[in-house]
Design a protein around this ligand. Structure first.
Ligand code: AMP
Ligand code: GLY
Length: 424
């Protein structure tokens, strides 16, 4: 089978790596990929946000199955376009992907099918939003979210009314996120610990992947600004087998049923961003894809081929249950450019990538890198993820940080406490 992975980050590298090691795939190609992925897989230029470009590539390359990594192409309707042209693709249609691309839709769906989540209101007028904040309906802190996609930056946890009003003003008046802020969701602040729960679904049945925890803040001890994710570990100790069953019963199944009822059957990876509260798991957000950096630790934990299940999720019936997993624990550390998530410099030479000690015990998944004369240089905020497994989290952490210590570039920044939360 000829497989195309759409996207160009470390998550897509992990998908290529996983599928590349399986029997069923005769060739994996990635579009657009990046210079690091291109070391192991053929990468083809394409504008992943333009469905017509990708459809043309699928036809030129005689691709049998397309797997879509990021939310942008899903929201642009890539799976719809591929389907209309008779090609099989694993991922939700544009309307089904609104579970991520419209927080207002996600909240309405959850309310309609009784999925536990933070109490919220959606406002399309500034005066309504300010009224909700004045009423103190949800107390403080309160959470203000832009309705649409805002590259992970559209959420403010406001400690008081003044900062909540500022956040609403930036979204609705200054239009900091453009149309994504035309509507805002104001919601109750949930207390607890976050976990990421993933299933692969054919719209009816779901197959459960290992859970994970992300580290979203820039600095150790969960300080500093929110980022795309500075590291992750799998599996989350919070998601016991009993908890997984509860999440399936109270969240995944009702949401899939609700989506079918809306005429938006959902196929592909569904990411449930959860707060594990004293009252049980509640949805913070849904995403229409695997997480990044979670995918980099979840995919190595699988102890069976992914490809047959991707194929079934894309067009057939998936085998329900849980993926077979390895007993090991996995830790992934993101090496980022100094200054990220703010301004940072690029074009820094990356040293140590060919250190054999690094190749042995760990895996490097590339994100923001470019080729300069046959060597890799930095080209983005999150440059790469170093992943290692071990019998426990302590061993996995040690192996991941030992490998990361072989790599260096000017200004390199990483958190030193990835996975500590799992050790306690
Ligand atoms: P989101 O983009 O919706 O995942 O939000 C980004 C981050 O904001 C989440 O990962 C949480 O850490 C935090 N967050 C979002 N909504 C809530 C909430 N209702 N209560 C507490 N924290 C939240
Ligand atoms: N790790 C968070 C995300 O992928 O959205």
């Amino acid at each position: 089978m000829r497989v195309l992975v759409v996207g160009g980050g470390a998550r897509e590298h992990a998908l290529c790596w996983k599928l590349g090691g399986e029997r069923g795939a005769s060739e994996i190609v990635c579009a657009p990929g990046n210079a690091g992925i291109a070391r192991d897989f053929r990468c083809l230029p394409a504008d992943a946000g333009r469905p017509a470009d990708v459809v043309a590539l699928v036809e030129r390359e005689r691709i049998d199955l397309t797997v879509v990594g990021p939310e942008g192409p899903l929201t642009a309707g890539l799976v719809d376009s591929l389907g209309a042209a008779g090609h099989r693709a694993c991922g939700p249609t544009r309307l089904a992907a609104e579970i991520e691309s419209s927080k207002a839709f996600a909240k309405r769906l959850m309310a309609a099918c009784g999925v536990p989540t933070a109490r919220s209101v959606t406002c399309t007028a500034l005066s309504d939003a300010l009224g909700v904040l004045r009423d103190e309906r949800f107390g403080y802190p309160v959470v203000v979210k832009a309705d649409g996609l805002a590259a992970g930056k559209g959420v403010t946890v406001a400690l008081d009314r003044a900062s909540a009003e500022t956040a609403v003003g930036e979204m609705m008046v200054d239009r900091r996120f453009g149309d994504a802020g035309s509507a805002v969701v104001i919601e109750e602040y949930l207390r607890g610990r976050e976990a990421s729960f993933f299933v692969l679904t054919d719209g009816v049945r779901a197959r459960v992947l290992p859970s994970a925890e992300d580290h979203k803040r820039a600095f150790d001890g969960d300080g500093g600004p929110n980022t795309g994710g500075m590291g992750a570990f799998a599996a989350s100790p919070l998601v016991t087998e009993a908890m997984a069953d509860r999440i399936l019963d109270s969240i995944v199944e009702p949401a899939l049923r609700g989506l079918r009822g809306e005429g938006r059957p959902y196929r592909g990876f569904l990411y449930c961003g959860l707060m594990i509260t004293d009252d049980g798991p509640k949805v913070v957000e849904f995403n229409a894809r695997l997480g990044d950096p979670e995918a980099q630790v979840v995919l190595p934990a699988l102890d069976e081929d992914l490809l047959p299940h991707l194929w079934n999720a894309a067009g057939g019936a998936i085998e329900p249950g849980a993926f077979r997993v390895r007993p090991d624990r996995y830790v992934g550390v993101v090496l980022a450019s100094g200054g990220y998530p703010g301004a940072f410099e690029t074009g820094k030479a990356i040293a140590g990538l060919d250190d054999p000690a690094l190749r042995d015990g760990a895996q490097v998944f590339y994100a923001g890198v470019a080729d300069r004369g046959g060597a890799l240089v930095t080209a983005g905020g999150r440059v790469l993820t170093v992943v290692a497994g071990g019998a426990g989290f302590a061993e996995a952490r040690e192996a991941a940080y030992a490998a990361a210590s072989r790599i260096s570039f000017e200004g390199m920044h990483c958190r030193r406490d990835i996975g500590m939360r799992a050790i306690g």
